[in-house]
Each structure stands twice: as structure tokens, then as C-alpha cells.
Design a protein around this ligand. Structure first.
Ligand SMILES: Cc1cc2nc3c(=O)[nH]c(=O)nc-3n(C[C@H](O)[C@H](O)[C@H](O)COP(=O)(O)O)c2cc1C
Length: 256
């Protein structure tokens, strides 16, 4: 393995809080400069990154804290303001803009994760902001109400303690399709179930599902972790909050 692959293969999330040790400003700058090197559609870099160093604010907003937090927002505010500044008409506030913006944003976020690791700095990607009230998040970060959506947070820091193991991943043949899409057969599904069940691989979220009386890890996952499917397909709770927020931000156009 070369050094880049070694860095990528050594990635692991630090769950919970990081130690008090701070990431230096010089390292932060390097991480940010690497992050924006990620590919982006049409040279728009359709994101903004909000850097937090206030640990109490981090806790309040997304329940975790580290030395710094990089909040990656899909954001067309800048490119739209530039258009107006130069007397052009332009907007990207629709679902296609949102999806391409999401690609730019997450590529930049994961690039920050890899750059940080190469500097010996650990991270956690979290969607903790989404568990908070989105109105509160917009207010606390002064986010533009339109053309901007906070997507993911990369918390940076040094671990308080080393994770006991590195989380595993499914075999490549479970996720890679050559030539065209192949729906999984029953035998292939059984193999995936077995991969989740293999505790030595640490693919699932918890190790002690057997002690809790479950036959398979996924039996725990579908009954204890995930919510019941909405049979009537009527948006309520968080789904409704997201739909309303995306409509407010202009990315989702309610049907005429
Ligand atoms: C979109 C997203 C949201 C996540 N949110 C959380 C979170 O809120 N809390 C947490 O501890 N880990 C979170 N994670 C980290 C995952 O739990 C972690 O990547 C996964 O368990 C695999 O472990 P690894 O990154 O150590 O390989 C999140 C990861 C992603 C990509």
C-alpha cells in the first residue's frame, strides 16, 4: 500500500467527544485548503463551510464537541449574488441544484476527513444538526434562509481514547455492480446477513445484539434501530420538517 491508501484504510470515526487537545491553526488551514480541492460541478463550489471552535455551541447544535467543527452547507448564495453583482440572472434553487450541490459538498467534506487523517487528526462526520430543530440551526449559524442547507458536520480533534476496533465494511461484491445493476439473489442476501452477523468484522452499529436475544444483527437493526415505515406516506415529524425546510430554502418546489 502507498501512503495515501494507508491513510484511507486507517480512517475510523471517533464517536463521542474528542480530547481537549486543539487542532493547530496551521493544520486547520491545510485541511481546509485540501477540502476545497475536491471535484465540483461547473466550478461553482456550491458549498460554504462554517468553522466552529466554540465547544459549547457544538454541543448545543449537534450534541458532539471537538477542537473544531466544519459545517458543510450546500450553498448557492455566493454564485447567485455574483450573478446579481454582474447584472445577470441565475438561480439554482431546485432539486437538481440541490443534488449537484450535495455532491460538491460531501466530496469536500470527505476530502477534509482524509486530509485531517494524513496530519494525524481524527474526525467524525455527523448529521447531528438534523436532529436539532432546523429553525434553531439556521438562527444560530445565521444561515441564509434560501439557497442554503446545512448538510453535514466534520468534527475534528484528537481522540480521548482509541476506539477498540476499526469498523468493517461489506464485501465489495455486495455493493459493486459491473456493467449493469444486478438485484441481489436470496443466496447473496444470506451472505450479506452473514457479513453483518460476523462480529469480528464490526460492520453493524452494536456488538451485543446476540446477548439481546436477536438471531441476526439485522433483526436488531430493523426492530430496534429503524422506525416503522410510514404506511400512509403522509409526511410528519422530521420528514415534514425537512420537506418544509427544503421548500423554504427554494430547493423543493411544492407541486402546482
Ligand atoms: C452522514 C453520516 C452521519 C453520521 N452521524 C454520526 C453521528 O451522529 N454520530 C456518530 O457517532 N457517528 C456518526 N457517523 C459516523 C458513522 O457512524 C461511521 O462512519 C460508521 O459507523 C462507520 O465507522 P467508521 O467511520 O469508524 O469506519 C455518521 C456518518 C455519516 C456518513
Amino acid at each position: 500500500m502507498n501512503e495515501t491508501l494507508r491513510t484511507i484504510h486507517s480512517l475510523r470515526t471517533i464517536h463521542g467527544d474528542f480530547s481537549e487537545r486543539e487542532v493547530s491553526d496551521a493544520d486547520l488551514t491545510q485541511i481546509l485548503e485540501a477540502s476545497v480541492r475536491a471535484a465540483n460541478a461547473s466550478g461553482r463550489q456550491s458549498y460554504s463551510i462554517i468553522v466552529l471552535d466554540d465547544r459549547a455551541k457544538m454541543k448545543d447544535l449537534f450534541s458532539y464537541q471537538g477542537s473544531r467543527a466544519l459545517i458543510y452547507c450546500v450553498d448557492f448564495t455566493r454564485i447567485m449574488a455574483l450573478a446579481r453583482h454582474l447584472g445577470h440572472e441565475f438561480d439554482n434553487d431546485h432539486i437538481i441544484g440541490f443534488i449537484t450541490g450535495t455532491m460538491d459538498t460531501m466530496l469536500a467534506a470527505q476530502t477534509a476527513v482524509i486530509a485531517a487523517k494524513s496530519l494525524g487528526i481524527d474526525s467524525m462526520v455527523t448529521n447531528g444538526l438534523h436532529r436539532n430543530s432546523l429553525d434553531k440551526v439556521y438562527e444560530a449559524l445565521k444561515l441564509p434562509p434560501t439557497s442554503c442547507f446545512p448538510l453535514a458536520t466534520v468534527v475534528l480533534g484528537y481522540p480521548r481514547q482509541e476506539p477498540p476496533y476499526q469498523k468493517g465494511r461489506l464485501d465489495l461484491d455486495a455493493v459493486v455492480h459491473f456493467g449493469e445493476y444486478h438485484r441481489p439473489t436470496g443466496a447473496q442476501l444470506d451472505r450479506v446477513v452473514a457479513q453483518y452477523d460476523d462480529v469480528s468484522r464490526h460492520i453493524g452499529l452494536i456488538p451485543n445484539w446476540q446477548e439481546q436475544g436477536f438471531r441476526h444483527y439485522l433483526d436488531w437493526f430493523y426492530t430496534k434501530w429503524t422506525g416503522k415505515p410510514a404506511t400512509d406516506r403522509v409526511a410528519t415529524g422530521k420528514v415534514l420538517e425537512f420537506q418544509e425546510r427544503l421548500a423554504k430554502s427554494g430547493f423543493w418546489w411544492p407541486e402546482a
